[in-house]
Ligand binder design. Structure first.
Ligand code: ADP
Ligand code: MG
Length: 427
């Protein structure tokens, strides 16, 4: 293309490669037969089950992890607690902070009850100094908190710029591979377009974990979005307390525990996150709108999905939301991505509009198609089992897909209209 930058491409003259003038051979390298590769070295386990599971059963030696999240969400807390756990396993770990002084880290460790750990800590921001320090006696694992504070002397730009963040991450990751030490890089998600945030690093690391949650809620969710050594749909759930993060061993109980009886606009969704069933509450509020363009607001779910369900309800089931503000909220601060939540969202919306409550003690799940059909979802048995465990008595489910018997009362739903009829919209 004329008039464009970088449009001229340099090429070697066509001909036999090795005979080309000025062609330089590189250095030969060693090839390894696949069946001669030594067995996987044991993974490093922090003892925090929620963290180890999300990593795919522990951290792989020599690998690079990126832990991203909003500032203040609890990344440093999680890692300090995790490293203290690892240290108990005769594993040498080092925590390097570019943000906090050593006495600040010690104060935090005291608050978290891990002051007596053999974990080694330091404050430093120079990648060169860190490599020089670690190579004398490479640890099993080291943490860099955060990558945005690091700089390499090879570049002139300031710490935190895209170039510095990339080049620091690359050097640290290379060091990790060469010396067999795993490295965890902390990356703050920047509000303004993620410049120099974790996104620019995702392709160069082995595992990307995000720590999410509403800062005003006590729950935090650790989610794997990329993992060369494990599944990516696992989540770990924690509760933030003043003694640090506590694993939520029974997340369903945590998420629906605070429920306030059976009210209109509330539906309990039996979901699956990774390998685990989790019950959460969907709440909807539909009210007359004072605006010419009514508001649609959603927390913890996809706004596009809400728009689709409202459209299906309006055009296929004649349930009208025009002139109404619609708010949808997943309680507890969890973000749901499963399409199986469609039916729970629809139930909460219809119930709020009609003022009629959903049968007490019922859970609901199913994917809604554009013709208002209800599509089957995965792992129906596991969802029903979790509902039973938590004392629910009734299940709204797409038909089929069940392989084991249950004592719960089952209502099969094939068309969205059946739900609308059951929750009778008052005109
Ligand atoms: N002295 C304290 N007492 C109780 N909670 C605290 C204290 N200091 C920090 N926290 C909690 O820890 C959170 C900060 O976690 P931190 O691990 O520093 O986040 P990040 O590393 O992601 O920026 C705060 O939002 C707060 O909830
Ligand atoms: Mg921090």
């Amino acid at each position: 293309m004329c008039g464009a930058w970088n449009a001229v491409v340099e090429e070697l003259p066509v001909g036999p490669l090795l005979k080309a003038p000025n062609y330089q051979l590189g250095k030969p390298f060693e090839l390894v037969r696949l069946d001669h590769v030594s067995a996987d070295a044991a993974r490093l386990k922090t003892g925090i089950n929620e963290l180890d599971r999300v990593c795919g059963g522990g951290i792989v030696p020599g690998s690079t992890l990126l832990l991203g999240g909003d500032p203040g969400i609890g990344k440093s807390t999680l890692l300090l607690q995790g490293l203290a756990g690892l240290n108990k396993e005769n594993c040498r770990c080092i925590y390097i902070s570019g943000e906090e002084a050593v006495d600040q880290i010690q104060r935090r460790a005291t608050r978290l009850g891990i002051k007596d750990s053999a974990l080694e800590v330091a404050t430093n921001t120079s990648v060169g100094d860190i490599a020089a320090t670690l190579q004398a006696n490479p640890p099993h694992l080291f943490v860099i908190d955060s990558i945005q504070t690091m700089y390499t002397g090879n570049l002139d730009s300031a710490a935190g710029s895209v170039g510095q963040v990339r080049s620091s991450a690359q050097s640290l990751s290379q060091f990790a591979k060469e010396f067999g030490s795993a490295v965890i890089l902390v990356g703050h998600v920047t509000k303004d377009g993620q410049i120099a945030g974790p996104r620019v690093l995702e392709h160069m690391v082995d595992t990307v974990l995000y720590f999410e949650g509403e800062r005003t809620h006590q729950y935090r969710v650790l989610r794997a979005v990329k993992n060369r050594f494990g599944p990516t749909d696992e989540i770990g759930i924690f509760e933030m307390t003043n003694r640090g993060l506590i694993e939520a061993e029974n997340p369903s109980e945590s998420f629906i525990g605070a429920r306030n009886g059976n009210v209109a606009g509330s539906a309990i969704f039996a979901g699956i996150e990774g390998s685990r069933p989790i019950l959460v509450e969907f709440q909807a509020l539909v009210s007359s709108s004072p605006f010419s363009t009514p508001r649609r607001a959603v927390v913890g779910w996809d706004a596009g999905r809400l728009a689709m369900i409202l459209a299906v309800l309006e055009s296929r089931c004649d349930v009208k939301f025009n002139g109404k503000d619609v708010y949808l909220n997943v309680t507890g601060g969890l973000r749901i991505n499963e399409p199986a939540a469609d039916l729970a969202a629809a139930a909460a919306l219809i119930s709020s509009l009609s003022g009629k409550t959903i049968i007490n003690n019922a859970v609901i799940f199913g994917e809604i198609g554009l013709t208002a059909e209800i599509r089957p979802v995965a792992q129906i048995d596991a969802r029903i089992k979790e509902a039973k465990k938590l004392g629910f008595e009734h299940v709204y489910t797409p038909s089929g897909g069940r392989t084991s018997k249950t004592s719960l009362q089952i209502s099969e739903i094939d068309r969205l209209q059946q739900l609308v009829d059951a929750l009778g919209v008052r005109e």
